[in-house]
Design a protein around this ligand. Structure first.
Ligand code: FMN
Length: 518
């Protein structure tokens, strides 16, 4: 990357992570807001392809990527999971992944041999946007060559869904959530014997044009290629440019029910950061491994030689939740060793274009233990190589020597969640220098999306043990860095996830169950 590349994204990371006052300055009320968009993106006048609602209640390997497999992947990938009834009616629909205030800015597109589609989750249908097989165009745009994928998913950020409340800050939320959804699609695909290749880097213009998307209002954020088995994917030896590839397809402009604000007008900073991140030449694509924070020089707890029990992913996804509006733990016994065993392996098995082949997900895991059986309370850095937990040396310990580790995090979190009886807190720590030095301004997306992918895995690990996993963005990053003992400013806590058993709170909430074939 050239000097200066990445400065726009870097500055936005500083504001959106480390200057909450500035990031929230333009925040709007969610109530009686004239810019509130429809709950779902609705296309009009396009052919629809219903998907079978008779999907298996348990996920298993498929022999062929047929209609049932596609329906299963979409249903457990991004389908509705629960409907909530409250007096305001503001957060009614929950899905298999979390979304801030259930706004679900991220849209999912499905590119199959027969055409390009939008996934209409409430009707569980595909809406045809363009005929024909365009998988090779997406291979070209991601700089890859080799066998065609069975399907290619494209995740976009429909910013107006989130920006009507959060304005420019919607860019952080949508990129985090594109990561969460990528993480879930990858998990579900793997459980079905499929392999997903995550592309943060692609030529934006041809991808957006293929789907008929406006790059300012709803850009593609992630391209996810799905193969039936381990496909031998190579880097395309021919460098391609966005303009040349975009010229090979006609524009489309399918009719969408108008809704929400114009992001390019209402969110100047978001628009600037997003435009700076666009890629025009596959020759600029890169991969590298981040620099991890030093492992603290403390006596580690060695990972006990146990295997976490296999999970029934479909059931766990149906049960996954973030807890009620007011996050309030219920005192409970949770097996810490089982959680630890899962976290020790949680960064493996993902194929992403941001890191060299075989490298783990590029975020470090910090575990703050409140009440878990088998692990003493305290804050630990998980060593990816050994699985050991190293007690951290808190930078705030001089002033706060008597404060326990959970309270240290509570003090740097905006008041809201209840921390009493918290089982654990997970922080995902990224390397901003790696992101911006390797990917330029695209680094903002890459950091948040990789972190989101891992955050979803943490939420699934929590749900497997009956805990809610609550992603909370409302924390002071500098304070968290001190509590985690992070000395180098390059290392940033990108996600904070509260883990605890919770009750329903004041909600009436009913599951939206797949019909099930057995
Ligand atoms: C990116 C992101 C940021 C979030 N930030 C906060 C937050 O700052 N405070 C909070 O209480 N909840 C936060 N949440 C939690 C969501 O409101 C919650 O996930 C949503 O209501 C969906 O609930 P469910 O996962 O139970 O379906 C956040 C969720 C996401 C995905």
């Amino acid at each position: 990357m050239n000097r200066g590349e990445g400065s726009v994204g870097r500055e936005f990371l500083r504001v959106s992570l480390e200057d909450l006052a500035e990031a929230m300055e333009a925040r709007q009320s969610e109530y009686a807001n004239p810019d509130e968009p429809l709950k779902f993106k609705i296309y009009r006048g396009r052919p629809r392809r219903p998907l079978t609602t008779r999907v298996p209640r348990a996920l298993r390997e498929v022999e062929a990527f047929d209609g049932t497999a596609l329906s299963t992947l979409l249903r457990y990938g991004y389908g509705l999971s629960r409907q909530e009834f409250d007096t305001n009616g503001t957060w009614p629909y929950h899905r298999m992944v979390a979304s801030a205030r259930c706004l679900f800015g991220v849209q999912l597109y499905v590119v199959l041999p027969e055409g390009v589609h939008h996934y209409d989750a409430p009707h569980h249908e595909l809406v045809l946007l363009r005929d024909g097989d365009h998988r090779q165009l997406l291979a070209g745009a991601t700089g890859t060559a080799g066998a065609s994928a069975e399907a290619v998913f494209v995740l976009s950020g429909l910013f107006s869904k989130t920006a009507y409340i959060y304005r420019d800050y919607a860019y952080r939320l949508c990129t985090q959530e594109a990561g969460l959804l990528t993480g879930n699609l990858d998990l579900v695909a793997r459980s079905m014997g499929l392999r997903a290749h995550v592309h943060h880097q692609f030529l934006d213009e041809p991808v957006d044009k293929l789907l008929g998307l406006d790059r300012d209002e709803e850009p593609a954020l992630v391209v996810l290629a799905l193969h039936l088995a381990d496909a031998d994917l190579q880097r395309d030896p021919v460098p391609r440019t966005a303009a040349a590839l975009a010229a090979t397809i006609d524009p489309i402009s399918p009719t969408v029910v108008p809704s929400g604000l114009k992001v390019a007008q209402a969110c100047p900073t978001l628009t600037k950061v997003n435009r700076a991140s666009l890629r025009t030449d596959t020759a600029t694509f890169a991969a590298a491994e981040p620099v991890a924070p030093a492992v603290p020089d403390t006596e580690p707890l060695p990972l006990p030689p146990v295997e976490a029990p296999q999970i029934d992913l479909a059931q766990v996804l149906r049960e996954r939740d973030s807890g009620p509006g007011l996050f309030k733990p219920v005192a409970s016994q949770v097996d810490g060793i089982e959680l630890w065993a899962r976290l020790a392996r949680i960064r493996t098995g993902v194929t992403s274009d941001s890191v060299p082949a075989g490298a783990p997900v590029p975020l470090e895991i910090y575990l703050t233990v409140g009440d878990l059986t088998g692990i003493p309370a305290g804050c630990y850095r998980l060593d990816q190589h050994t699985g050991a937990l190293h007690p951290v040396l808190r930078a705030d310990a001089d002033t706060d020597a008597d404060t326990d580790a959970v309270t240290a995090i509570e003090r740097v979190t905006i008041p809201g969640p209840v921390f009493r009886d918290m089982n654990a807190i997970v922080h995902l720590v990224g390397d901003r220098d790696w992101a911006f030095d390797t990917f330029g301004d695209r680094g903002y997306r890459v950091l948040n999306q990789e972190a989101g992918l891992l955050a979803h895995r943490v939420c699934v690990a929590a749900a497997a043990q009956g805990m809610s996993g609550r992603i909370v963005n409302a924390y002071h990053a500098e304070g968290v860095r001190a509590a985690l003992g992070l000395a180098d400013p390059r290392h940033a806590p990108l996600f904070q996830i509260l883990l605890a058993r919770t009750g329903p709170g004041g909600r009436v909430i009913v599951p939206v169950e797949p019909e099930g074939v057995e």
